[in-house]
Design a protein around this ligand. Structure first.
Ligand SMILES: *[C@@H]1O[C@H](CO)[C@@H](O)[C@H](O)[C@H]1NC(C)=O
Ligand SMILES: *[C@@H]1O[C@H](CO)[C@@H](O)[C@H](O)[C@H]1NC(C)=O
Ligand SMILES: *[C@@H]1O[C@H](CO)[C@@H](O)[C@H](O)[C@H]1NC(C)=O
Ligand SMILES: *[C@@H]1O[C@H](CO)[C@@H](O)[C@H](O)[C@H]1NC(C)=O
Ligand SMILES: *[C@@H]1O[C@H](CO)[C@@H](O)[C@H](O)[C@H]1NC(C)=O
Ligand SMILES: *[C@@H]1O[C@H](CO)[C@@H](O)[C@H](O)[C@H]1NC(C)=O
Ligand SMILES: *[C@@H]1O[C@H](CO)[C@@H](O)[C@H](O)[C@H]1NC(C)=O
Length: 791
């Protein structure tokens, strides 16, 4: 029964590995799907487009013929113009195709992993239950074959992608072939339609739904085989089956004129986004979710400053006329299934929770509709599909989904058939960033760039980082702000600064081997600490033990220096010190640390070199941040003396204030769109093309010019014609999917090489003999994510 629709996505049922069999078919048809869609787009006039949504079954054939006739009656130049347009659209479609193929491949790979898990479980069971249970052995073998088939499929897809990349001609031939197929299909529709139509339920055109016919036929016979069908309203009539197959599952087109009778369609008309004046509405969502406890506390401790920041931003910018978006927030890290949120109260990884808190506050203040998920069950209820163990309509049609890598993995596992529908709407909170080569599944595999967090195959700009690490990702950030009432603030302001240093290190283990460094500082300043185990640190240090946020701020207020011990890397604390008018002493890392030489970065999906404990602070520089070589007492003394002899005002870079975060996230929500290939942001007018020196990356090249590399512009530089506009004349050109530095130029041979795999555009790599052509843009000081014309 190869055409049985899938059902029962809920865990436990486990019966539907059929699904993966069906995938082979659907993937091989996928190319057709894309091209068929594309073709209809090319060949339909507006009038004809309208007809498509009418009740015509055989429109395709007519349209294909009609368009041929129309084209040949046009003057020659008109046809050329059309050809050019068609070619342009084709290459765009191809970009999509590659991304989609890649994602399908990712799914297949995950299925392989899933199968392997099942396989090993079976193997365990088999050992336990002994030879009597020979049933398992058969299943075991079947699974093994399935797994092999999956692996074969993955391999095949990889070949397909390579083929697609290297051979445009072939694709064009395929188009011709597909055109024929299309006509044939249309004929099949009209002539061989074996399903008896229901008078009340005329079938809509099925183009783009190659499996619909088969599913309809199967369901006609098999709808009683699973109670889930009738639970979802199937009663054996063709109409009820079609409704099921188009609305609950996605094999068939929707019935024309059918209004989807769920909350989701009402909710999408969500009206205008209005800046909110309080956090009411958020509190009820957060309060009954224990998983959000820490986040809830942080958000409400900062209510005043969020509300003020919202007012202040709307006084500066026109924030009217924005559509309120439906936003799903699924922090994998807080879900029941992961549960680090509980650890936060015991000194767990706070950075991510800080960022989630600030993101949730931001989205709320900006006036959007938030939907918080805290478990895989929530996810299924929102997105699709779980009602008494049966698939069902999603209750939410999100415009945007914020999650993290764990959350994405949960989504892929829990909703294997539908998650990719949301792919372009997903934003991943990814603290340390993912570089394009690590993001690209097959590239990473082929180049030994394994990481448990890489291989997402998303557009790298969909990954949102804590600090502006690599311009290939988007900088989301968080808020650094003393968060208490005005009254407490006054109290803090009255604190007098003493000749005192506070050491940055909660764990005594961070202090190990740093005694000589601390001795030198101690010559000039009293040392204080907030350490878990005071017995293990120098006796001249006044230890306050682990203390709460407000007390740390008070200690920072009376200290002149916040002393880095070189670990932890890239935390929020140094910025909190600056916000309290306390200088940060930032240890250089020599040699720089990266996944190549550091346990901490070993599994991170990037090879960024970290040159000090806090590279972002390093860029702020003196008088706020002083670099120091911990092993050189002369150097330490030089820095400490200079610090003692200066005073600084409290300083927070605008991008780390509530208002700065509201400004940035608002523009990202309004402008950044990965679902619509016709929109482009930032505005192209901000593009500044800079040719790199041989061996330099675009990140560094743009930075040298006081600019930042903007990966969104790479496609605009990816042709000989556009390079000519910037004075680079290519004598020969070629396209390749084998480099991360394209477009690039070889000055000796006058050869240009262009990128054929859009997921491999990257700011951060360089080439020993080629010149990179770099897309740079300007940025607002202290708001690096935004160009000057972006506001
Ligand atoms: C997978 O491919 C190998 C060789 O390419 C072949 O021997 C094997 O039968 C294939 N397995 C399945 C299940 O198709
Ligand atoms: C079966 O379902 C369809 C669509 O939901 C409905 O129009 C029809 O009246 C139902 N037929 C019966 C016999 O309940
Ligand atoms: C890949 O990485 C592993 C472990 O990191 C290493 O042992 C192996 O030699 C590497 N292989 C190649 C081809 O670089
Ligand atoms: C130590 O630091 C001082 C002052 O910054 C510098 O002049 C000197 O070269 C450094 N010594 C070593 C061994 O790096
Ligand atoms: C401190 O600063 C003053 C003036 O700003 C300067 O005259 C003095 O030499 C400085 N002392 C040290 C130790 O740097
Ligand atoms: C894509 O963007 C264009 C231009 O901004 C817009 O006209 C079009 O409606 C968008 N398409 C979709 C599907 O949102
Ligand atoms: C190419 O090389 C020539 C001379 O070898 C040099 O003058 C020119 O600046 C180079 N162009 C680029 C883009 O590097």
């Amino acid at each position: 029964m190869p055409n049985r629709p899938f059902i029962c996505i809920g865990e436990g049922s486990g019966i539907m590995k059929l699904l993966s069999l069906e995938r082979t078919f659907s993937i091989s048809l996928f190319i057709c799907f894309i091209w068929c869609l594309g073709l209809s787009y090319f060949t339909l006039s507006n009038e004809q487009e309208a007809a498509r949504f009418g009740h015509q079954n055989s429109w395709t054939k007519k349209q294909v013929e009609a368009s041929g006739a129309e084209a040949s009656s046009k003057p020659l130049w008109g046809r050329y113009e059309e050809e050019v347009n068609v070619l342009r659209s084709k290459s765009k479609m191809k970009d999509y195709l590659i991304i989609r193929l890649n994602s399908d491949k990712l799914q297949l790979e995950q299925e392989v992993v899933g199968l392997m898990e099942r396989l090993s479980k079976k193997a365990e069971k088999q050992v336990k239950s002994g030879p009597l249970m020979h049933n398992y052995e058969r299943e075991f073998k079947a699974l093994k074959i399935q797994m092999e088939a999956e692996e074969n499929k993955t391999e095949k897809m990889e070949e397909t992608i390579k083929g697609l990349l290297s051979n445009k001609l072939q694709l064009e031939q395929e188009v011709a072939h597909l055109k024929e197929l299309l006509v044939q299909k249309a004929e099949e529709h009209t002539n061989k339609d074996k399903i008896n139509e229901d008078k009340d339920c005329p079938l809509p055109p099925m183009d783009g739904y190659p499996e619909c016919q088969g599913k309809l036929k199967w369901m006609k016979e098999g709808w009683t085989s699973d109670p889930c069908y009738s639970i979802n309203g199937v009663n054996g009539s063709l109409c009820s089956i079609l409704i099921y197959l188009s609305e609950i599952e996605t094999w068939c087109p929707r019935l024309p004129g059918r209004v989807i009778p769920t909350a989701s369609s009402q909710r999408t008309e969500a009206g205008q986004a209005v800046i909110r004046e309080n956090l009411q509405g958020l509190s009820s969502k957060l309060a009954n979710r224990i998983q959000y406890k820490w986040i809830n506390q942080r958000i409400f401790s900062m209510e005043d400053i969020w509300v003020k920041a919202g007012r202040s931003l709307s006084a500066k910018h026109d924030l009217k006329g924005r559509k309120a978006k439906q936003i799903l927030v699924h922090p994998g890290a807080v879900t029941d299934e992961i549960g680090i949120a509980r650890l936060a109260f015991n000194g767990g990884p706070l950075g991510e929770l800080v960022q989630w808190s600030d993101l949730v506050s931001t989205l709320h203040i900006l006036g959007h509709h938030l939907h918080l998920s805290a478990s895989i069950t929530d996810l299924k209820i929102f997105l699709g599909g779980l009602k008494s163990g049966c698939p069902s309509m999603p209750t939410l049609e999100p415009n945007l989904i914020y999650t993290d890598i764990l959350g994405l993995q949960q989504m892929q596992k829990a909703l294997p058939n539908i998650w990719s529908k949301y792919q372009c709407k997903i934003r991943i909170l990814d603290s340390f960033g993912t570089e394009p080569d690590f993001n690209h599944v097959s590239w990473a595999k082929g180049h030994n760039l394994s990481s448990p967090y890489g291989g997402l195959n998303l557009i790298p700009l969909q990954l949102y980082t804590m600090f502006p690490h690599t311009p290939d990702n988007t900088f989301l950030g968080f808020v650094v702000q003393p968060h208490w009432s005005d009254e407490e603030n006054k109290k803090l302001e009255s604190i007098k600064r003493k000749n005192q240093a506070l050491v940055y290190g909660k764990r005594a283990s961070f202090w190990k081997g740093k005694t000589a460094y601390l001795d030198t500082i101690h010559k000039y300043l009293d040392l204080h600490g907030t350490v878990d185990n005071g017995a293990l640190i120098p006796s001249y240090v006044t230890n306050h033990g682990i203390v709460k946020g407000a007390e740390v701020h008070a200690l920072l207020r009376e200290s002149k220096v916040f002393v880095g011990l070189s670990f932890p890397f890239e935390g929020p604390a140094p910025l909190e010190a600056l916000a309290n008018g306390c200088v940060f002493l930032n240890p250089r890392l020599n040699p720089p640390q990266s996944r190549l030489n550091s346990e901490f970065f070993k599994e991170k999906p990037n090879i960024r070199e970290v040159t000090s404990q806090h590279p972002y602070a390093e860029a702020i520089g003196e008088p706020y941040v002083w670099m120091v070589d911990m092993d050189n007492s002369t150097d330490v003394e030089r820095a400490v003396k200079a610090i003692i002899n200066q005073t600084i005002e409290p300083y927070i870079p605008y991008e780390f204030t509530c208002e700065g975060m509201l400004q940035r996230v608002n523009i990202l929500i309004e402008k950044q769109d990965f679902c619509n290939s016709t929109t482009s942001w930032p505005p192209l007018s901000t593009l500044q093309v800079v040719t790199a020196e041989v061996g330099a990356s675009c990140k560094d090249t743009c930075q040298k010019q006081g600019l930042i590399c903007e990966p969104a512009f790479f496609p605009h530089l990816n042709s000989a014609q556009s390079l000519a506009n910037y004075g680079i004349n290519c004598q020969t050109t070629e396209h390749s999917g084998g480099y991360l530095v394209l477009p690039a130029y070889d000055n000796n041979s006058k050869r240009c090489v262009f990128q054929s795999d859009p997921l491999l555009f990257s700011c951060v790599r360089s080439h020993l003999s080629w010149t990179r052509v770099c897309p740079c843009r300007d940025y607002i000081k202290d708001q690096i994510a935004l160009c000057k014309a972006c506001l």
